[in-house]
Design a protein. Structure first.
Length: 261
């Protein structure tokens, strides 16, 4: 009986073949899931299908890339962020995620929270708005989910469509890429509007959280008491906070201050 040990070259070949087979199986499974989902949506206006179901299915079926366009719809923002934050099914390798947002999206805090917890996601802000792009999910360069119109309860479903025509998908991908190239990285985007620089905003928020009196905080900031209080009022207005405590909570939610465990 032969006791020869297989050469390393043979082992590498077998491993490569097995990995290729695994990738093919995973690709087939994800495509099958997407087809099943689309079959289940057939006969129903896509705008009436629960948004969370559509987003969760399409993101889970992505194999390589996910492009996201968010313009401020709170339901869409929550659904997309929740789908991206959920662990993927199976052993599928990580996808590249690019999220393109208008500035109002940041008000909910969900996008900043995702950026802190998911290193896959690269997020950019389009400060001038997204006039040519509706809210969308672009999956693997093969399918695009578009959504327009209201999604609030009592206002009816938004208009939605699933685009698979290669030429149309390619055009939408090019529009996304062009807008992406002119957008600002989330880390470089001003955290709050107004005249205060980000460092000053963080210092003031930290003073509020630690309970410094306005007099002490103003001295630390080297500004007059009146100016400091005007800065505090400006920050609270930008955060949409009715109290200093609420301002601190929202600052943590938006990533302006680190949370305390």
């Amino acid at each position: 009986m032969s006791t020869e040990t297989p050469s390393s070259g043979a082992i590498d070949y077998v491993e490569h073949a097995l990995l290729a087979a695994r990738d093919l199986i995973e690709s087939t499974v994800t495509r099958h899931r997407r087809e099943l989902a689309q079959d289940s949506w057939a006969g129903t206006a896509l705008g009436k299908v629960p948004l969370a179901e559509v987003v969760d299915t399409l993101v889970d079926c992505a194999e390589r890339t996910v492009g996201v366009v968010l313009s401020g719809d709170e339901e869409q923002t929550r659904a997309v962020c929740a789908a991206l934050a959920r662990p993927v099914r199976g052993a599928r390798r990580a996808v590249v995620v690019r999220m393109l947002c208008e500035e109002p999206v940041l008000a909910s805090g969900a996008v900043r929270a995702l950026a802190r917890t998911d290193p896959r996601c690269e997020i950019r802000i389009c400060d001038g708005g997204l006039p040519a792009l509706p809210e969308a999910l672009l999956i693997d360069g093969e399918v695009v989910y578009l959504r327009r119109g209201p999604s609030e309860p009592g206002r009816g479903p938004g208009q939605a469509s699933l685009v698979e025509d290669p030429a149309t998908v390619r055009a939408l991908e090019m529009m996304f890429a062009g807008t992406w190239g002119n957008a600002v990285a989330l880390a470089d985007y001003p955290r709050l509007g107004g005249r205060l620089c980000p460092d000053s905003v963080r210092r003031i928020l930290e003073c509020l959280r630690t309970g410094h009196t306005d007099e002490v905080a103003a001295r630390q900031m080297q500004v007059s008491l009146r100016t400091y209080r005007r800065y505090v009022a400006e920050i609270m207005r930008e955060l949409g906070a009715n109290s200093r405590f609420q301002a601190g909570v929202r600052a943590v939610e938006m990533g302006l201050l680190p949370s305390r465990h």
